[in-house]
Design a protein around this ligand. Structure first.
Ligand SMILES: [Zn+2]
Length: 286
């Protein structure tokens, strides 16, 4: 528990706290995707490849720019921890912090996923989400967060006083990336980054503002669909927490495989072009 405050509130404390917030990044000036142009292609999608992500393991796949990718719940409620890279340059990768700042704590239909500095551009657009009905529940929970980082053996070691567990999402992603690239595990690990928690239901407790999870509402047949704005390398772990209703970082939760489909449309969205890397000149005033 956090300690009680030791500083006396100033006389105008109530007035200071009553100031209304403003949204950090008003998105009226953010270029928005023409969602209808993307969705117009969805009737013509042709399955190119299917990838199975085994439970408590991770798998990689490629999505060419202009293709779609679906992440499906196949056999039972299961959370996936997703990393996305520029397929030609692993230094460019999903930046959940700025994606969160621009879209909110959880992403869904019409949101774009952004890459890190100095690239900062949309690398994927969410074109369908069968859980979009969920919204926010009475606890403040919602699905597909860009808040959590990924379960990892280091935090587990701290919280369990020395535990060694090798199938956290962080380790699963590391092994899968090492296998795909031929990198040594330590090098592959350095490319693993904060994830999009596909299907995970999370929020912050109203009383202590702590990150919480609860059983995912996902069911077999549900899927999250993205459009690749650039050539993407995807890497996803089927979390050892299963539906993340109780715990992760152990082998006790029921876990299920997940399915990834790569799909090709009969054309490209009208008016679409791959987004260029960010236009800032990079001189930082020097
Ligand atoms: Zn996990």
């Amino acid at each position: 528990m956090k300690p009680e405050p030791i500083t006396a509130a100033p006389a105008d404390a109530a007035a200071r706290k009553a100031i209304k917030p403003v949204v950090c990044y008003p998105v009226e000036t953010l270029p928005r995707p023409d969602l209808s142009a993307y969705r117009a292609l969805r009737d013509s999608l042709e399955l190119v490849e299917t990838v199975i992500v085994p439970p408590r393991e991770a798998e990689t796949w490629l999505v060419p720019a202009g293709h779609f990718c679906r992440i499906l719940c196949s056999e039972g409620p299961q959370v996936g921890d997703l990393n996305l890279f520029n397929a030609h340059d692993l230094k460019e990768r999903l930046y959940t912090g700025k994606t969160r700042a621009l879209n909110g704590t959880h992403v869904g239909l019409g949101d774009q996923l952004f890459s890190n500095f100095p690239y900062l551009r949309p690398i994927a657009t969410i074109t369908h989400d069968t859980l979009d009905w969920y919204g926010f529940d009475e606890f403040g929970g919602a699905v597909h967060d860009v808040i959590g980082t990924r379960c990892d053996p280091y935090t587990h070691n701290l919280l369990s006083h020395g535990g060694q567990y090798h199938h956290c999402c962080h380790s699963n992603l590391t092994r899968a990336l090492a296998k795909k690239t031929g990198m040594a595990p330590r090098e592959a690990e350095s490319h693993v980054h904060d994830v999009l928690n596909v299907f995970m239901c999370t929020g912050f407790t109203r009383d202590t503002e702590q990150y919480f999870m609860k059983a995912s509402p996902v069911r077999p047949g549900d899927y999250l669909e993205i459009f690749a704005e650039i050539d993407l390398l995807g890497c996803m772990s089927a979390c050892p927490g299963g539906d993340c209703s109780a715990e992760h970082s152990s082998d006790t939760a029921a876990c299920h495989p997940m399915v990834v489909e790569i799909l090709r449309a009969k054309g490209l969205p009208e008016g679409w072009a791959p987004p260029p890397v960010n236009g800032y000149d990079g001189t930082h005033g020097l």
